[in-house]
Design a protein around this ligand. Structure first.
Ligand code: HEC
Length: 102
């Protein structure tokens, strides 16, 4: 399922590369982000940031204050997408107390 999804997304990305944004991974909310956040600047700039949930909420609120046109639901989708796609990843495996694994 996941592998098939990635493969399909890669092919769709290749097929539509002229309008696609490879820096933005596929996921729910991506289309909304492209529509809402392209109005003033390249939406790819979000990929330059890595923020936690609060950081993205603040960023999206700031953009809404600046004039991003979207419903609250759309802003929520965009925020969720950004949190999923561009957050600092927690270490997958907390370092065990006795030292590092080889
Ligand atoms: C009404 C215009 C407008 C819209 C729409 C807009 N932005 Fe922005 N955005 C700006 C401006 C202006 C800047 C540059 C701000 C600066 O230099 O501090 C910016 C900068 C940014 C930055 C870089 C912030 C930084 O600290 O360098 C991010 C990330 C960002 N926008 C995300 C978004 C997202 C996500 C959306 C969609 C929800 C969005 N923007 C929609 C005007 C907009």
């Amino acid at each position: 399922m996941i592998i098939a999804g990635v493969a399909a997304a890669t092919q769709v990305g290749a097929a539509t590369s002229s309008t696609d944004h490879p820096a933005l991974p596929p996921g729910p909310g991506r289309d909304t982000l492209l529509r809402v956040c392209s109005a003033c600047h390249d939406p790819d700039i979000v990929a330059h940031q890595s923020l936690d949930a609060q950081g993205w909420k603040d960023t999206v609120n700031t953009m809404a204050d600046r004039g991003a046109t979207a419903t609250d639901a759309e802003l929520g989708q965009i925020t969720d997408y950004l949190i999923k796609s561009f957050s600092p990843q927690p270490p997958p495996d907390p370092a065990p107390l006795g030292g590092q694994k080889k």
